[in-house]
Design a binder for this molecule. Structure first.
Ligand SMILES: *[C@@H]1O[C@H](CO)[C@@H](O)[C@H](O)[C@H]1NC(C)=O
Ligand SMILES: *[C@@H]1O[C@H](CO)[C@@H](O)[C@H](O)[C@H]1NC(C)=O
Ligand SMILES: *[C@@H]1O[C@H](CO)[C@@H](O)[C@H](O)[C@H]1NC(C)=O
Ligand SMILES: *[C@@H]1O[C@H](CO)[C@@H](O)[C@H](O)[C@H]1NC(C)=O
Ligand SMILES: [Zn+2]
Length: 502
């Protein structure tokens, strides 16, 4: 409907000095697009207001309430009514824009885990503060299992690290060198009935086993402080009879990525951008990543007033919180030909943290597909020209850009901070509170509309508009794609998604 109105408006303007023609005689397919002015950064940015963003955020919170019946609190986690409602909202908003975009749903099987109960007792003491790893299988028959604690050599990444008496034991393994999932599988192959990975740094250890394996055993993370007394006893040759219990399920459930691509513009040279449509189970996820998803929707809604030279492809990923499932799947399904049509991918995850910093992923060409650095520089130039400060943050696999850069596609993005702690120096750059998280409600129930900083959100949505308009007009000076392979991510990163994998 909106589209039709603006079409009439533009056609009327264009025809005002000529003989007025009845609208139904205007050839439908070509005229409207060619009458639209070419998009420009300033024009697209001018449409962005925090009022519009706030309206969308309130709508999204109402949608998150659909999760209450099943989860007892608002959530948009995949598989919930809150997430299905989010997908319907995104899809219907795009549908109402007329035929400017080609819309598609990409449904895939997501691995989801649920942990109901867990307990780890070492020796005859109290239960430890160990946390079960996400996507852990249950202990046998979802019952407590009993066995001696056995210390594994090195980091437990090789079969030879496991002594023969690992069979029937609970394996105690040091963090490092390989992923938690690899350790769990190695322990399982060695016959362990459960595994405990202890931290090599200060603090508790929680992470995910990642992609399920038939060899995984029930696995916990334990702090170094809590592990040390037991390690000393084992080294002294003491026996530590122990028990482990995890009641959990790991299963597959279908969920959906939504993709919208302009019908106009060079279809072989696309600028692609994405945010994630899902939240964690613990809360409504309005900042994470309601903000990124809604910024994209807002920019997509205004882009329809303009024509583009290059195609623009928007993505709303599902299953980001479970380990980048949607974006991983999407990139895995691209043929080489389709992959090469994507000139770059821009990730927009958490645009409005309340104690924000303007964070730019430090995506350099030295470590990532060529073009990543040009994109990084576009962002820093934007902040400079808007009189804002920025910081660089590691480009370490924590969001949906990961699969793209591992498959030769230049990538980058911005964020405003999650569970990291704001420094005094950053307070000088951005205001806010030193010593607190950038987002004190990160992955919690309180990630509501009130958790979003509207000023930061507006600035960042204008940045998104700028990035879209710039590349929709031209890739002049932007490096050509060279291939679909990449050395990015060859050095294993600690993250694949929000959770530690190593
Ligand atoms: C795509 O998914 C959305 C959201 O679930 C749904 O409303 C829509 O009907 C789907 N469209 C098609 C063509 O399957
Ligand atoms: C298992 O074997 C290792 C090395 O062979 C030994 O040090 C340890 O005490 C044994 N543990 C148990 C519980 O038998
Ligand atoms: C950005 O990454 C490069 C390596 O690609 C590194 O040399 C540089 O120190 C990093 N900058 C910051 C501020 O982290
Ligand atoms: C940017 O940082 C400087 C301190 O280095 C500060 O004086 C200035 O006010 C900051 N600008 C904004 C817009 O916050
Ligand atoms: Zn996120």
């Amino acid at each position: 409907m909106k589209y039709l109105l603006s079409l009439i408006h533009l056609t009327t303007l264009a025809a005002s000095s000529a003989i007025q023609q009845p609208l139904n005689e205007v050839p439908h397919a070509q005229v409207p697009l060619s009458k639209k002015p070419l998009v420009s950064s300033t024009a697209l940015q001018d449409h962005i207001t925090s009022d519009n963003l706030l309206k969308r955020a309130k709508k999204l919170f109402d949608i998150a309430q659909l999760g209450v019946e099943e989860y007892n609190h608002p959530t948009r986690v995949i598989g919930s009514d809150g997430h299905r409602g989010t997908l319907d909202y995104i899809y219907s908003t795009l549908s109402e824009l007329g035929d400017y975009y080609e819309l598609s749903n990409q449904t895939f099987d997501a691995v989801v885990g649920n942990i109901f109960e867990s307990r780890l007792v070492l020796g005859d003491g109290e239960p430890t503060s160990a946390t079960p790893m996400s996507l852990t299988p249950p202990t046998k028959n979802k019952d407590a299992v009993f066995g001696p604690l056995v210390l594994v050599a090195n980091e437990g990444c090789d079969a030879s690290d496991y002594p023969s008496n690992t069979t029937g034991s609970i394996a105690l393994i040091k963090r490092g060198v390989c992923a938690f999932g690899d350790k769990s599988a190695a322990a399982g192959k060695a016959g362990a009935i459960a595994a405990v990975v202890f931290n090599s740094e200060k603090g508790s250890l929680s992470g995910t086993l990642g992609e399920p394996s038939q060899y995984h055993v029930a696995t916990f993370g334990l702090s170094n402080e809590d592990a040390q007394p037991f390690i000393r006893k084992l080294i002294d040759g003491k026996l530590i009879p122990s028990s482990a219990y995890i009641d959990s399920i790991v299963h597959k459930a279908p969920t959906t990525n939504i993709i919208a691509q302009t019908k106009g513009g060079d279809q072989d040279n696309c600028v692609m951008l994405g945010g994630h449509s899902d939240s964690v189970a613990e809360g409504p996820g309005i900042n994470d990543d309601g903000t990124g998803s809604l910024s994209l929707l807002e920019v997509a809604s205004h882009l329809v007033k303009y024509s583009v030279e290059n195609c623009v492809r928007f993505a709303w990923w599902a299953g980001e919180e479970e380990g980048l499932l949607g974006s991983d799947y999407y990139v895995s399904q691209l043929s080489e030909k389709e992959n090469l049509k994507i000139r770059l991918f821009m990730d927009y995850d958490m645009m409005a943290s309340p104690n924000y910093a303007y964070q730019v992923y430090n995506a350099t060409n030295a470590l990532n597909p060529t073009g990543s650095e040009e994109l990084r520089d576009l962002y820093t130039e934007f902040y400079k020209s808007h009189g804002q400060n920025y910081t660089f943050i590691p480009f370490d696999g924590r969001s949906d850009y990961d699969a793209f850069i591992k498959h030769g596609i230049p990538g980058g993005g911005i964020a405003t901070g999650a569970e990291g702690i704001k420094t005094k120096q950053e307070v000088e750059l951005f205001g806010g509170v030193a010593g607190q998280w950038y987002d004190p409600c990160y992955h919690q129930l309180c990630d509501t509309v009130d958790n979003c900083n509207l000023d930061a959100w507006e600035v960042n949505t204008k940045l998104i508009a700028h990035s879209v308009a710039t590349y929709a007009v031209s890739f002049k000076g932007f490096p050509k794609r060279t291939g679909v392979s990449s050395t990015a991510g060859v050095e294993k990163s600690l993250y694949h998604g929000p959770k530690l994998v190593m």
